[in-house]
Write a protein that binds this ligand. Structure first.
Ligand code: ATR
Length: 286
């Protein structure tokens, strides 16, 4: 039941009504009996900084941030996590209460980027090993690729080859981790990696090339770990091809849950109920 004491979190973006985040977080609050509620807040382009400030004004404890506000809120935040500072974007805002809890003007708004660490969490959860010492091929050069490359660098990956249709866009992505370089999606490059990751929209339902595969499948082999961060469909053409050669695979559900779980823990200080959050995604998104 929502009471006078209920604490508020939400997601800002445009569009945002399709977001799975309310379902994920409200399922977690309910499971743990936390008196919190999470809502979708449509905020038009240009409103990100005002929304961050509204956390102080209204006492909002946490905001997830999606398109087109991730850059604006990173500028507006009072401080940034390591990842958010490196990337120049935040997908999660946390209100940290100041010395006088009754006067929220002293509260600090902290910007985090939980996508990359959510990917690393999901990788460890699915495959049972950390990224440390492994070589990765990451296809794509958008915001998701940036988050993942930066986090893999911090997690001790041995090497990261960043490949992209437009190779020049891969250059600033590779600069986010000392172990990363611009690569080419050749059969040899794919075969040489321990882990292959798709961050492009190729293979995504409703995307530019739903039947396509972002890397040459001839390079896939048994022993590969293959992750597609797409979750619609659950089995993209890349994952189908990887399974056919006996590679271990994972789709984007775990990263979606992982980034949400990290935000949840930042806001509430409580361990996130991962299985409940995953079940909420599966029930809501068929
Ligand atoms: P996000 O921020 O969500 O990670 P984005 O910035 O929209 O994504 O980037 C989409 C990625 O998918 C890019 O790497 C894009 O390649 P380009 O940089 O060359 O545009 C890639 N992509 C989209 N459609 C593609 C296609 N048909 N073939 C290959 N790559 C494609």
């Amino acid at each position: 039941m929502i009471t006078g004491a209920t604490r508020l979190a939400g997601v800002i973006g445009d569009p945002v009504r399709h977001s799975l985040s309310p379902v994920i977080h409200n399922a977690a609050f309910a499971d743990l009996g936390l008196d919190w509620v999470y809502v979708a807040l449509p905020v038009a382009a240009g409103g990100g900084a005002a929304a961050a400030e509204a956390m102080r004004t209204l006492g909002i404890d946490g905001l997830s941030v999606t398109m087109p506000h991730k850059g604006d809120v990173a500028v507006a935040a009072d401080e940034l996590s390591t990842a958010a500072a490196a990337l120049g974007v935040a997908n999660c805002l946390q209100r940290v209460t100041g010395p006088d809890a009754g006067d929220r003007t002293g509260d600090r708004i902290v910007g985090h980027s939980t996508d990359g660490d959510g990917f690393v969490w999901a990788f460890e959860h699915r495959f049972g090993v950390p990224p440390e010492g492994l070589s990765f091929l990451v296809a794509g050069a958008g915001g998701a690729a940036r988050s993942i490359v930066e986090a893999l660098g911090r997690a001790g990956a041995a090497g990261i080859a960043v490949t992209n249709r437009s190779p020049e866009r891969a250059v600033p992505v590779a600069a986010l981790a000392p172990c990363a370089r611009v690569g080419e999606a050749t059969v040899d490059e794919v075969a040489a990696a321990d882990v292959v990751v798709n961050t492009t929209s190729v293979g995504m339902a409703g995307g530019p090339d739903p039947d396509g595969c972002p890397i040459p499948i001839a390079g896939l082999r048994t022993g590969h770990r293959v992750v597609d961060i797409v979750y619609q469909p659950r089995r993209t053409p890349l994952l189908v091809a990887a399974e056919a050669v006996g590679a271990a695979t994972d789709n984007g559900v775990a990263m979606l849950v992982g980034q949400a779980a990290l935000a949840f823990e930042l806001w509430t200080g409580v361990d996130a109920p991962i299985e409940v959050m995953t079940a909420a995604v599966e029930a809501a998104d068929r």
